[in-house]
Write a protein that binds this ligand. Structure first.
Ligand code: SAH
Ligand code: SF4
Length: 439
């Protein structure tokens, strides 16, 4: 019987990609996956520090795993990701039974660390160098499916006032375009048909050899044979250029979807956040994007209750949402992150006020999202089919190029295929549809 490993992944797509590397390394050591930590020999928590709530979850999860380790002292516990980087000392103090602490850029130490922990019952390894260049040639056990993640940059240099990412993931570095293209070709050869290029701010990508920027990279990746769909995230509004929008429009594989975090609607709040754009700039960028890329879906991130946000400033976020009409939005309450500029700002917004602002914004966006999808009833969308729908297994489930969910009835053997589907009803979560017989 091979030994088993269990990975719990929190947070963003970058963590999902990192967990594929963690899985790949553990598999190369002869371990096999399990979804039950009770039977695992190695349990890894890949953590998120972007808001307070996931960080609390780390310590409650580690508390659960401490009980497992008491019953089975041979259990190896590892903590990776952003909490490992920014709270290594606290983890050591509060959870001394953790064997391995690795920052998001230090997975090159995973293999040796796990080998040592497996052979030595009292080992404590901690590697948290936020500026190490990640070893992207480590094996990856990718999540099966139609879609794969490929990193283009690591880290972030923007230091938005609220954000822990630059501390957790270090200074920004771009991968050589040749390495990115080779990884895309590899995943396409493995059968993936859609690739999402990942970076905290993909617009600042620069090939370290040629100096070429993200629009060139997008065109080059889009030309990889066998790749049907290309996505990327995240674009920062201060760096999102017209040339990127033209590259999207001119690259058939590039999907008509732009994730462009707005964060706030009031210029004073945007300035205090250090975002480097005004609402007018943001709005004109969305208008230009919608003009250059017909049928574009625009999604966003936003937060309410940034320090000093007045009722009137919050209402400008509501007004921005009403004016722009996003297809989808990820909406958050601001939370203090240790060591950030915003943590030290006065005039913290009280929790009940944040809560009620979030509710008002969510209510507005739900109404808009539903209306946007309902207005598309009758349209035919290209859907990349992921498989049977979990809730209604007689139906298929996939995503449109705008990244909306489509649950539809259709023919046999549709998994992994591109299918033309007519949206019959639009909902907040996506559409219910029928395969289009005319296609
Ligand atoms: N690099 C991306 C976002 C990374 S974090 C970008 O620049 O947009 C993902 C989202 O989490 C952010 O867009 C922001 O909306 C939210 N977020 C980040 N820090 C936060 C904090 N301290 N409190 C609440 N939400 C936060
Ligand atoms: Fe955080 Fe700003 Fe960097 Fe995004 S761009 S990761 S929000 S610091």
């Amino acid at each position: 019987m091979p030994e088993l490993y269990y990975i719990d992944t929190m947070g963003c797509q970058m963590n999902e990609r990192d967990s594929e590397t963690i899985a790949g390394v553990l598999q190369s050591l002869g371990l096999r996956p399990t979804d039950d930590p009770q039977v695992a020999r190695v349990a890894i928590l890949n953590t998120c520090a972007v808001r307070e709530k996931p960080e609390h979850k780390v310590f409650s999860k580690l508390g659960d795993w401490a009980k497992l380790k008491r019953a089975r002292p041979e259990l190896v516990i590892g903590v990776c990701g952003c909490v490992a980087q920014v709270m290594a000392d606290e983890i050591r103090a509060r959870a001394p039974y953790v064997d391995l602490i690795l920052g998001p850029r230090n997975l090159s130490a995973l293999r040796a660390g796990v080998e040592r922990a497996l052979s030595d019952d009292r080992c404590a390894i901690c590697v948290t160098d936020p500026d190490e260049l990640p070893d992207d040639h480590q094996p990856a056990a990718r999540t099966p499916g139609v879609s794969a993640f490929v990193n283009v940059t690591y880290g972030c240099d923007n230091f938005c006032a609220y954000c822990v990412v630059p501390y957790a993931r270090g200074r920004e570095v771009s991968r050589p375009a040749g390495d990115i293209l080779a990884e895309v070709q590899e995943v396409v050869a493995e059968g993936y048909r859609e690739v999402t290029l990942l970076g905290q701010n993909v617009n600042s990508y620069r090939d370290p050899h040629s100096g070429a920027g993200f629009p060139d990279l997008l065109r080059a990746v889009g030309a990889v044979e066998g790749l049907w769909r290309l996505r990327f995230t995240t674009s920062h509004p201060k760096d999102c250029s017209e040339s990127l929008l033209r590259a999207m429009a001119g690259t058939p594989a590039a999907c008509e979807h732009l994730h462009l975090p707005i964060q706030a609607g009031a210029d004073e709040v945007l300035a205090r956040m250090g975002r480097g754009y005004t609402y007018a700039h943001y709005k004109s960028l969305v208008d230009l994007a919608r003009e250059i890329v017909p049928g574009l879906a625009v999604t966003t991130d936003v937060m309410v209750g940034f320090p000093g946000e007045t009722e009137e400033q919050f209402e400008r976020t509501l007004a921005a949402f009403a004016e722009i009409r996003f297809d989808q939005a990820f909406m958050f309450k601001y939370s203090d992150r240790p060591g950030t500029a915003a943590e030290a700002m006065p005039e913290k917004v009280p929790e009940p006020v944040k809560q009620s602002r979030l509710q008002r914004l969510v209510a507005l966006q739900n109404e808009i999202g539903r209306a946007v999808n309902a207005a598309q009833e009758g349209q035919v969308f290209e859907v990349l089919v992921e498989g049977r729908d979990g809730k209604s297994p007689e139906k298929w489930r996939g995503r449109t190029r705008g990244n909306k969910l489509m649950v539809f009835s259709g023919g046999q053997d549709r998994a992994g295929k591109l299918v033309a589907v007519r949206a019959v009803r639009g909902f907040l979560w996506g559409y219910l549809g029928e395969e289009d017989a005319m296609a």
